[in-house]
Design a protein. Structure first.
Length: 316
């Protein structure tokens, strides 16, 4: 083998793992099974790669990223939109598993995304419970809406389903809280996060599960990671309105609801919001700015192990 750095792309599907290596061009397909994953790791280790990149695929990548991390390989999961945009920029419009693996490998070589610490098994389980609770809440909302227009002959069944979903939601809430309380690290972070008015258990659990980087990044990076950092839209003399996009949408939606609550109940966030409105900012712009402020304060609180009443003194 030559001395050039190797970059590996993995296209993950339900049944297979398609591997592409750049610059050698080697390809290999492995089954998405325990034996297949072991063979995949041996194959990848033989190249001593500089970077291994996978796309986020709704959970199908978890087994692969878990074993790669356990073996100490430099693996990172990226947003599939980034890879797709990269493919379009290179004029690659066709899409197959083999083509995608090659594109991901080329993306790894050209972009070299930053490697972040992989989520522990406990964090992945917490995230799975959190995702399931969100699904239950969505089903509850849908069933409650159906109840208004449903014919009388189906309302009894819908009400029974609503009651069952509520029990599932409550059990998941207890399970989530129980897991956090069993972990000294999570329990300490949870107490710090919930010391802020407006930051309830749902936001705390979401940040613990979905943003393990909280407390380890600076304010600009954490805001960009979640997707509440304003991005420029300028070209020549044109100055477009700053907007936010990308990031972790599920975290952002929970943060939005917490911020709306904080604007009413948290003196620091309320005062900040009032200043923005008086300065002529649009309501949505003001709320987004408050989301960013709340997130960055929570990030600093976790970093410094400081509860809200002390952090508040520094942000008033």
């Amino acid at each position: 083998m030559d001395s050039k750095e190797k970059f590996i792309g993995i296209d993950v599907s339900k049944d297979t793992l398609e591997i592409a290596v750049t610059p050698t061009g080697e390809r290999m397909t492995f089954a998405q099974t325990e034996d297949g994953l072991a063979l995949m790791v041996d194959f990848i280790q033989s190249f001593a790669p500089r970077l291994v990149v996978l796309e986020a695929t709704g959970g199908l990548e978890r087994a692969a990223i878990g074993i790669l991390g356990a073996k100490g390989l430099p693996a990172v999961v990226v947003n599939p939109r980034q890879v797709r945009d990269f493919a379009k920029a290179k004029g690659i419009l066709a899409k197959t598993d083999k083509i995608d693996a090659g594109v991901i490998a080329a993306f790894a070589d050209a972009i070299r995304p930053e490697i972040r610490p992989l989520k522990t098994e406990e964090t992945q389980e917490l995230e799975a419970l959190l995702t399931r609770r969100r699904q239950i809440v969505e089903m509850l909302t849908a069933e409650k809406e159906r109840l208004y227009t449903a014919p009388q002959c189906t309302k009894k069944a819908i009400r029974a389903h609503i009651q069952w979903l509520q029990k599932c939601r409550d059990k998941l809430a207890k399970d989530l809280d129980g897991r956090i309380q069993k972990s000294p690290l999570w329990r300490a972070k949870d107490e710090i996060l919930q010391s802020a008015k407006g930051a309830g258990p749902v936001l705390s659990q979401t940040l613990l599960a979905k943003v393990p980087e909280l407390g380890s990044l600076n304010r600009k990076k954490i805001a960009k990671l979640v997707g509440v950092a304003p991005l420029n839209r300028d070209s020549g003399k044109f100055r477009g309105r700053r907007s936010v996009w990308g990031g972790r949408a599920e975290v952002r939606s929970v943060l939005y609801m917490a911020t709306v609550s904080a604007i009413r109940s948290n003196p620091v966030i309320r005062a900040f919001h009032d200043r923005l409105i008086k300065a002529g900012k649009l309501p949505k712009v003001a709320i987004t700015a408050c989301m960013r402020k709340l997130l960055t304060i929570l990030n600093a609180m976790v970093k410094n192990q400081t509860p809200w009443h002390l952090a508040e003194l520094k942000n008033t």
